[in-house]
Write a protein that binds this ligand. Structure first.
Ligand code: 13P
Length: 236
C-alpha cells in the first residue's frame, strides 16, 4: 500500500488549506481509497480537521519543547490542541536553508519519539556529494542517522536528494533504487522518495523496488493534481 505525503512548505493559507483537506478527504472516502495519505500544512493552517482514518495531518516542524520561550517556534502543546501526532523531521530545507544541525535534529527526534509521534524522517545528499558517487552519497546519508533511533516503531523514512527538490530534476529510477536498497538493507522501515515527484512519474517511482511511497512538494499543491497522484498510486 502506497504512502503518499504532501509537504505544503510555505504555501496555502488557513482558508485554502481547509478546503484542500476537505476535498482530499471526500475524494478518499467516496472512492474508498485506502492509501495512507499525509498532509503537512503550514503551522498557521493546522486545525482539528475531521478526516477518514487513512488521512493524517502533520506538522512540518516544531521545536523540541512542550512550551516555553522560543520566539517564532511552536511546541507540542500547540500541536496537542489539534491532536497532531505526526511530524516531519530533518527536511533538507531545515537542514540546508534554515541551518538545523544533526545535533538539533537528533534532539528534536528524541523529543517527539518520546511523545509517540509518527515521524517522517528525511535524509538526502546535496549535488556536490552525489557527484562523488554512490559510496560517498551513502556515507553522507548514513551521517544523517547519527543520534537517530532507527528502530523506532513509528518511523517512516524519506529519501530526498537535495538536488532534486524543487528543481524539476527527478532522480533517475536507477539512482532511487540503488540508494533505497542500500538504506533498506540497514534499516527496515517504510521508505518514501521525494524530489520533483510529478503527476506523470509518481506511479513509476512508487512501483520501484524499495519505494514505499512519495513525499511531494510542488506537484501536490494543486488539489486536483494531488488527487490524481493518489488515484494513480492507489493500487500499488
Ligand atoms: P518537490 O516535490 O517540490 O521537489 O519537493 C520535495 C520535497 O521537499 C518534499 O518534502
Amino acid at each position: 500500500m502506497s504512502i503518499i505525503a504532501s509537504n505544503f512548505k510555505t504555501n496555502h493559507t488557513r482558508k485554502s488549506t481547509a478546503s484542500f483537506v476537505q476535498e482530499v478527504n471526500i475524494f478518499l472516502e467516496s472512492n474508498e481509497i485506502s492509501s495512507e495519505v499525509y498532509l503537512f500544512p503550514s503551522s498557521t493552517s493546522l486545525n482539528s480537521f475531521q478526516t477518514v482514518s487513512n488521512l493524517t495531518l502533520g506538522a512540518q516542524n516544531a521545536y523540541a519543547t512542550q512550551n516555553g520561550s522560543f520566539t517564532g517556534e511552536i511546541g507540542s502543546l500547540q500541536l496537542d490542541e489539534f491532536s497532531i501526532k505526526t511530524i516531519l523531521i530533518g527536511h533538507s530545507e531545515r537542514r540546508h536553508v534554515l541551518g538545523e544541525s544533526q545535533e538539533e535534529i537528533a534532539k528534536k527526534y528524541a523529543f517527539y519519539k518520546e511523545l509517540g509521534y509518527k515521524i517522517i524522517y528525511c535524509i538526502g545528499e546535496p549535488l556536490e556529494v552525489k557527484e562523488t558517487g554512490l559510496e560517498k552519497t551513502l556515507e553522507y546519508v548514513y551521517e544523517q542517522f547519527v543520534g537517530i533511533d532507527t528502530n523506532y516503531e513509528n518511523l517512516i523514512l524519506a529519501y530526498e536528494p537535495v538536488w532534486a527538490i524543487g528543481t524539476g530534476v527527478t532522480a533517475t529510477n536507477d539512482d532511487i533504487t540503488k540508494v533505497h536498497s542500500a538504506i533498506k538493507s540497514k534499516i527496515d522501515k517504510p521508505l518514501l522518495y521525494g524530489g520533483s515527484v510529478k503527476v506523470n512519474n509518481v506511479r513509476e517511482i512508487c512501483a520501484l523496488d524499495g519505494v514505499d511511497g512519495a513525499l511531494i512538494g510542488t506537484a501536490s499543491w494543486i488539489v486536483e493534481d494531488f488527487k490524481q497522484i493518489i488515484d494513480s498510486t492507489k493500487d500499488l
